[in-house]
Design a protein around this ligand. Structure first.
Ligand SMILES: Nc1ncnc2c1ncn2[C@@H]1O[C@H](COP(=O)(O)OP(=O)(O)O)[C@@H](O)[C@H]1O
Ligand SMILES: [Mg+2]
Length: 371
């Protein structure tokens, strides 16, 4: 059987989840949860000491970096009666966090509505198999459950991606479902036309702040959620660590055994951090870019350069490739950012090359690629 490209979080980390469950026996768990809140937090933020499982030591790795308190608040929100809404710039790991939370809490991260302008109520609640509907009428087997139906009937988390991209009237179908925790199915006979949410059901939504204005949320729906803003990571060291750990995983999955070049990862992290914030370590003035310089994009620029090194470059990441891929990431969003990127090289990067030399000089020399 061929290997799948991106396994679900609960499959990818099956061993870690089993170990946490084993170590978690005594703790109290919210109704319908597989793990205690502390174990869910440990799954996402990692543990210092390994857990013994069937004679094997299992390390619980850190998966989300940055704001530990945010992760704890998110877990506590889900243990309560409100939904969790993760908002923020693209590429700040909102989706990743919601997958990890779902995998740890109910063992299923795939019960998802992908919000878009075309999302309908049927995509959220249920639809019908029309052949069965015509032959047998509105019976249970003719009903096709959508993710919120599934979440309510099985007592699991429903993830709602990009909620604010949906038309507002569609978003608002969530209001009564979330406050009453019951879905009315008028097609069924009286008596069994109510689906009561099983323990463990909740909703994790995500929304991009850059999408704002597409479709705002009604205040009634807002009250059904606790909002958490996921900020881009602030420290270059941490961002380099994210690039390292994520690319290691990507390269392993692609069957590449190359080592991560931590110097290249650190350059990229520093460059992304400075272009995002508009503040350089050398106090050089930096033009504010209009495109999103997200960590997810930094990971992808590094990975792209690492692939090039593997297949064409004799295993070494060249600064030339790093610059070319950075250029690609910037240009796909806004061509007006090109002169700003050039200005960054001839200002801040030049200073870094003069003061720190080494790989920064090589990086500065690659500016000829910024055409
Ligand atoms: N704080 C972080 N910790 C770990 N990985 C991160 C972080 N921020 C960004 N990433 C990386 O960015 C990738 C994309 O994030 P994603 O969840 O798709 O972002 P979003 O949904 O916010 O647009 C993640 O898979 C991860 O590689
Ligand atoms: Mg996302």
């Amino acid at each position: 059987m061929s290997k799948i490209q991106k396994p679900l979080a609960e499959e990818k980390y099956a061993k870690e989840l089993a170990a946490l469950c084993e170590a978690d026996r005594e703790s109290r768990k919210p109704a319908g949860w597989k793990l205690s809140p502390a174990a869910v937090r440990d799954f996402i933020l990692g543990r210092k000491t390994p857990i013994k499982l069937d004679g094997e030591s299992v390390m619980i790795t850190q998966k989300f970096y940055g704001d530990n308190a945010l992760v704890e608040r998110a877990v506590i929100t889900l243990a309560g009666s409100r939904g969790l809404m993760l908002v923020g710039e693209p590429g700040t790991a909102k989706t990743m966090l919601s997958e990890l939370l779902s995998a740890a809490i109910c063992g299923c991260s795939s019960n998802t509505v992908q919000g878009s302008a075309g999302t309908t109520e049927d995509n959220i609640k249920y639809s019908w198999n029309y052949a069965l509907l015509l032959s047998k009428g509105p019976v249970k087997e003719a009903l096709i459950p959508a993710p919120v139906y599934k979440g309510m009937s099985e007592g699991i988390i429903t993830r709602f991606e990009e909620l604010t991209r949906c038309p507002q009237e569609v978003q608002d179908t969530l209001i009564s479902l979330m406050s009453d925790r019951v879905m009315n199915i008028p097609e069924f006979n009286e008596g069994n036309n109510l689906l009561f949410a099983a323990e463990g059901f909740n909703i994790i939504g995500t929304a991009n702040t850059r999408d704002k204005g597409v479709n705002d949320m009604s205040s009634a729906l807002k009250r059904r959620f606790n909002f958490e803003t996921v900020e881009p990571v602030k420290s270059a060291k941490l961002e380099a660590e994210i690039i390292r750990s994520q690319c290691e995983g990507l390269m392993e999955a692609a069957g590449i055994s190359a080592k991560i070049d931590i110097n290249a990862a650190e350059i990229l992290a520093e460059v992304f951090g400075e272009l995002r914030s508009g503040v350089s370590a050398e106090k050089a003035s930096i033009p504010k870019m209009s495109c999103v310089m997200s960590t997810a994009e930094a990971v992808s620029v590094y990975y792209q350069s690492a692939l090039d090194a593997e297949y064409f470059g004799g295993g070494r990441i060249s600064m030339q490739k790093l610059t070319e891929n950075l250029l690609g990431a910037v240009m796909k969003e806004n061509k007006d950012d090109l002169p700003k990127l050039r200005e960054y090289y001839s200002g801040a990067v030049k200073l870094k090359a003069e003061r720190r030399g080494g790989i920064w000089s090589e990086f500065y020399d690659s500016r000829s690629s910024l055409k």
